[in-house]
Design a binder for this molecule. Structure first.
Ligand code: TYM
Length: 333
């Protein structure tokens, strides 16, 4: 059976980009009989950016409720919190020792921080933690621990999956074939979902549309999406239109073709936004009802996560024992 795995960092409120890039494709894949899926809350990763315990905890609850509301069946899949699996940081160390420092120097997130410092005349590594530098190794441990074949992610994560492959190959080369080489699984009609300002929707840009914003807030946010200054009646460009790309991520090919025609016919921006709002709300509203209930019951979510941790460790503990043996460490008592 194919194994599918993905995680979301618990650093904020889940947004439409997370839904389209990770949650929706994974929940769909998990319904296929031939697939074994692993979903997790990447809370060790959150510590790299967040230094606020309350925020990490709130986000963990929100993201867990999101997975469940979007239709994940915790009986059928393995659904857990990364930090409940102590074997993950152990594997991170084993992998660190076969990872070239040069490989990590090339990671986009690390390089972006260094380039920003350099551009503003600072020391290159000013404020850059070793955690940010090691981010791809921790992520490789997440994936390799469960020998995932497919990793559904948004495009921004492709480089990390490639690094996980490189790290797995280095380990396999030295110690034998222990790891499956993972592949990124990307839905091609959704590249990178744009945010309110047209840039990539991202917590770091503060341009997100929360997946479960109350209906009226969702409408308001959508009305605030940037558009150009073309007036009603003037033909509009679908190319580079954030509004169009958002619609496309939620509509069928036929519906998208209808909107493309309306753009050519000069639909007013306000009307196009209303169409997007209706399309989005039709998909989200049923899940929002479930989410609003779940978020009131943290105890239930906690029990679900603990049961998931138990299932995950049933794989991680023996696999880590095998890896310890492979590298020459003593078995744990
Ligand atoms: P994170 O938390 O930044 O994002 C979670 C998922 O959402 C996708 N995503 C997007 N997709 C399309 N358009 C967007 N605007 C957009 N914004 C976010 C991301 O690509 C991601 O799939 N490092 C990961 C979490 C992680 C992980 C893993 C993922 C940790 N270990 C192992 C897969 C496998 C991250 O920070 O994602």
């Amino acid at each position: 059976t194919q194994r599918v795995l993905t995680g979301i960092t618990t650093s904020g409120t889940p947004h439409l980009g997370n839904y389209v890039g990770a949650v929706r494709p994974t929940v769909r894949a998990s319904r296929l009989a031939a697939v074994e899926s692993f979903y997790f809350l990447a809370d060790y990763h959150a510590l790299i950016k967040v230094g606020d315990p309350a925020r990490v905890q709130r986000s963990t609850l929100e993201i867990a409720a999101t997975w469940l509301a979007c239709g994940l069946n915790p009986e059928k899949v393995t659904f857990y919190r990364q930090s409940d699996i102590p074997e993950i940081p152990e594997l991170t160390w084993l992998l660190t020792c076969v990872t070239g420092k040069g490989l990590l120097n090339r990671a986009h997130a690390y390089k972006a921080s260094v380039d920003k410092n350099t551009a503003s005349g600072d020391e290159p590594d000013n404020g850059v933690t070793a955690g940010l530098f090691m981010y791809p190794v921790l992520m490789a441990a997440d994936i390799l621990m469960f020998n995932a074949h497919q990793v559904p992610v948004g495009r921004d994560q492709i480089q990390h999956i490639e690094m996980a492959r490189d790290i797995a190959s280095s380990f396999n080369h030295l110690y034998g074939e222990h790891f499956t080489l993972p592949e990124a699984a990307i839905e091609d009609h959704v590249a990178t979902l744009p945010g309110l300002d047209g840039r990539k929707m991202s917590k770091s840009y503060d341009n997100t549309i929360p997946l479960f914003a109350p209906k009226e807030q969702l409408r308001k946010l959508i009305m605030g999406i940037v558009t150009d200054s073309r007036t009603p009646g003037e033909p509009k460009d679908t190319q580079g239109s954030a509004l169009f790309q958002l619609y496309q991520a939620f509509a069928s090919a036929e519906e998208t073709a209808v909107l493309a025609k309306a753009y050519a016919d000069g639909i007013a921006w306000g009307d196009a936004k209303q169409l997007l709002f209706e399309r989005l709300d039709a998909e989200i509203a049923p899940m929002r009802t479930i989410y609003d209930e779940l978020i009131q019951d943290p105890g239930k979510i906690e029990r679900t996560l603990q049961a998931g941790a138990h299932k995950a460790r049933a794989i991680a503990t023996p696999f880590t024992a095998r890896l310890r043996h492979a590298v020459g460490l003593r078995p744990l008592d």
